[in-house]
Design a binder for this molecule. Structure first.
Ligand SMILES: [Ca+2]
Ligand SMILES: [Ca+2]
Ligand SMILES: [Ca+2]
Length: 530
């Protein structure tokens, strides 16, 4: 699921940004619950992001006929990488009633479909299999939640009216997030190198957008939704029924400085689209594995991951299915890093302390019937954000304070960057008007969204600037510079973001490293000058 903030804000406060709010539900319905009718899910999104152009019709779930089919489950089978084990295991897969969809022998991950209810149990007993598990709990194709996180779209008139001082693109005065990380100052020195590519592993990218087209890297773009690369031209684009999320993220990173629309954090670098989510918005393991492997093998320098791998918010290693998912995504992300990519990921939007001893997760599995379970987040991982080596990004609002929704945690959150917050909680300085983050939307539009989904691309953009300044830097060095250059930001204490007298989160740690801001707020100016 994408890391859009549509839920937690509402849990913290019933404040409504607009009187036009159509939300009527009395309490939170988790965006990962399947029982929400499409119309209700959209109303939920509208509670935080009003004035959307999206309609409920665009969110229609898969036709009942498609869901009624007795389709198989999908699995990942992890074997000892790099030799002939996989050939042997593939035979055993067939014997156990499985069909190999594709095999990533580089990392020892085989993607399988099977209708055999005992497939995982059977294949785990085969010599050479290290872990194996179902990547979903609903049959293929999965049911829809319908919640795509609707953006607040700028009207054509608003875009036409936009004016900026000389040297800025017309919508830049609305982008309070750029000065928040000194990207405006950075752009006077450098826009970043066209030799650097950031891959947006997400819901797809509309590369025909006038702010994205100039910087789009087709070679590094692909559709990985099935778990196997679909290289057809344009397969990386979202359909009209799919979420604009990936396109928004791509523009935040690399919207061109071209006199049109907005400007990204690194407007001189390339951006690619690696589409990994189903039409319903699920980011399944096999697709994510395919995405990282594709990035690894197509010269990608930075990957942005503004999602968590469905259907489990936390994957517990004492569960054989969930362990297999952690293993597969760990291997794929590590492979991308080994091939030169810095992996950057959103920390999540539930205002969870990921360093606490226990969290009650009410949302998993989100593709069938979720049930509340208590997990230890050091044992049960939110992937990819909690994987070793991945840059975990917390979100700040226009006042530079942790966003109301942002997950946090000492030793877990590595760095912070603007992801927006309710305008009521953190109002930007004029001329900016919205506390949310401006980005590009499919069909040549621009609009606002908020979430750690929007924070992560700011850090991905800064990492791309660092890589532009230091073309031969390894991912480890880029990360070290990212953290060293970040502006240390002390804990916000007490943290009562909605000013109701009740503390909403507790920050632990020192000025130089703490649970809310990690090593600090990302610094684009240092990235191009140091
Ligand atoms: Ca532009
Ligand atoms: Ca700095
Ligand atoms: Ca409070």
């Amino acid at each position: 699921m994408t890391r859009l903030a549509t839920e937690t804000l509402r849990k913290i406060s019933t404040y409504r940004e607009r009187t036009g709010d159509t939300m009527t539900a009395p309490y939170a319905r988790y965006r990962r619950a399947v029982a929400i009718p499409a119309g209700m899910a959209m109303a939920t999104a509208l509670a935080f992001l009003p004035n959307t152009m999206a309609t409920a019709a665009e969110d229609a779930p898969a036709p009942a006929s498609a869901r009624a089919d007795a389709t198989p489950l999908s699995y990942v089978v992890n074997v000892k990488p790099g030799h002939r084990t996989s050939a042997y295991v593939k035979k055993a897969v067939a014997k156990a009633g499985g069909t190999v969809v594709t095999s990533y022998d580089q990392i020892g991950v085989i993607v399988v479909h099977s209708s055999n209810a005992d497939f995982a149990k059977t294949i785990r007993t085969v010599r050479g299999v290290q872990s194996a598990g179902a990547t979903r709990t609903a049959p293929l194709p999965s049911a829809s939640t319908g919640d795509l996180g609707a953006p607040k779209v700028l009207s054509a008139a608003e875009v036409a009216r936009a004016e900026a001082p000389a040297g800025q693109d017309p919508l830049q005065p609305q982008q309070w997030d750029l000065p928040a990380i000194k990207a405006d100052k950075a752009h006077e020195k450098s826009l970043g190198s066209e030799k650097v590519t950031v891959a947006v592993i997400d819901t797809g990218v509309d590369d025909t957008h006038p702010d994205i087209a100039p910087n789009f890297d087709r070679e590094a773009s692909v559709n990985c939704v099935s778990g196997k690369p679909d290289t057809a031209d344009g397969a990386w684009r979202p359909s009209a029924a799919e979420s604009p999320h990936g396109t928004h993220v791509a523009g935040e990173i690399a919207a061109a400085k071209n006199g049109v629309g907005m400007t990204g954090v690194a407007p001189g670098v390339k951006v690619s689209g690696i589409k990994v989510s189903t039409t319903a918005g699920f980011f399944y393991t096999e697709a994510v594995v395919c995405g990282f492997v594709w990035a690894a093998e197509h010269g990608v320098d930075v990957t942005n991951n503004s999602y968590y791998t469905d259907p489990w918010y936390f994957n517990c290693k004492n569960d054989p299915d969930q362990k297999a998912l952690v293993d597969a995504v760990t291997r794929a992300a590590k492979y991308a890093e080994r091939k030169g990519a810095v992996n950057v990921a959103a920390a999540g939007n539930e205002n969870y302390d990921l360093a606490s001893d226990e969290i009650t997760d009410p949302s998993s599995p989100n593709d069938s019937t979720p049930g509340a379970r208590v997990v230890d987040p050091s044992e049960c991982l939110d992937i990819p954000t909690q994987l070793p080596g991945v840059v975990t990004v917390a979100s700040t609002g226009a006042k530079g304070i942790k966003s109301s929704f942002s997950n946090y945690g000492l030793g877990v959150a590595d760095i912070a960057a603007p992801g927006g917050d309710s305008t009521a909680y953190q109002k930007p300085e004029a001329p900016a008007t919205s506390g949310l983050i401006l980005g590009t939307l499919p069909g040549g539009k621009w609009g606002y969204m908020a979430g750690t989904s929007m924070a992560s691309p700011h850090v991905a953009g800064v990492a791309a600037l660092i890589k532009s300044t230091h073309p031969y830097a390894s991912p480890a060095l880029v990360k070290a510079l990212l953290y060293a250059e970040a502006d240390a930001t002390p804990c916000t204490d007490p943290y009562d973001i909605n000013a109701d007298g009740k503390i909403d989160a507790v920050c632990e740690g020192s000025k130089n490293r703490n649970g809310f801001y990690g090593w600090g707020i990302a610094d684009a100016l240092d990235a191009v000058t140091k």
